[in-house]
Write a protein that binds this ligand. Structure first.
Ligand SMILES: C[S@@+](CC[C@H](N)C(=O)[O-])C[C@H]1O[C@@H](n2cnc3c(N)ncnc32)[C@H](O)[C@@H]1O
Length: 200
């Protein structure tokens, strides 16, 4: 039902959407998960064609993927190193008939970026430098990990062909390689839309 509302462009409030989650996750949603309007805006930017493959880097309990996959017909893959989130994503996608989504339990470093045409990144590494960004205490955090993951992402994004798109939310400007051009901003600049302009 909720997926159908989004597909039909019927406005859905975040409190309404978040009811798919257990109460403790509903409480975290406002700060840690993508808002419905942001997910729709990012999905519109990332899915330039119906067969696009989009990766959500750190999908958490899947809110971005669920909304984006309901909104258009690109394929949305969520990856997260917290196994309990991936198990929940899989359960919820069946229960609520969310389309165009799949989920992988892995560290982002295990994923081959060349399978994807677009990326969504809600500053997933912030938990390594800001305790208030931690969703739980199941992951060991450190500034070294923040720097390492950030450098890895930049390196992988830098290898992709011109035309690759990235939507960043609450991320830092220097997390995206200079081969990408900032082509749009929304929500007071928090959502940034990037496109790769050179192959190198
Ligand atoms: C802010 S939440 C984003 C939730 C989701 N993208 C959304 O927009 O609703 C960040 C998620 O990134 C995950 N994450 C952080 N670093 C990761 C890594 N190196 N590999 C896989 N997942 C990671 C965390 O476990 C967390 O669930």
């Amino acid at each position: 039902m909720i997926a159908e509302y989004i597909r039909l462009n019927i406005p859905v409030k975040d409190e309404e959407f978040d009811k798919i989650y257990p109460v403790q996750l509903q409480k975290l949603s406002g700060r840690h998960f993508t808002k419905v309007a942001v997910a729709i805006k990012a999905a519109r930017f990332l899915a330039t064609q119906p067969n696009q493959k989009i990766l959500d880097i750190g999908c958490g309990p899947g809110k971005f993927c669920f909304i984006a996959g309901s909104y258009n017909n690109a394929s949305y893959t969520g990856v997260d190193y917290r196994k309990h989130f991936i198990e929940l994503c899989t359960k919820l996608s069946h229960k609520h008939h969310f389309k165009n989504v799949n989920f992988i339990h892995a560290d982002i470093k295990e994923i081959d970026f060349c399978y994807y045409n677009g990326f969504y990144f809600f500053n997933s590494f912030q938990e390594h430098i800001d305790k208030s960004a931690q969703l739980d205490d199941t992951i060991e955090t450190s500034i070294e990990k923040f720097n390492d993951y950030t450098a890895y992402l930049k390196k992988e994004w830098g290898k992709l062909p011109a035309g690759t798109r990235i939507a960043t939310y609450h991320a830092y400007l220097n997390q995206v390689p200079s081969s990408y051009k900032l082509i749009d901003m929304h929500f007071d600049g928090l959502l940034k839309c990037w496109e790769k302009v050179t192959d190198r």
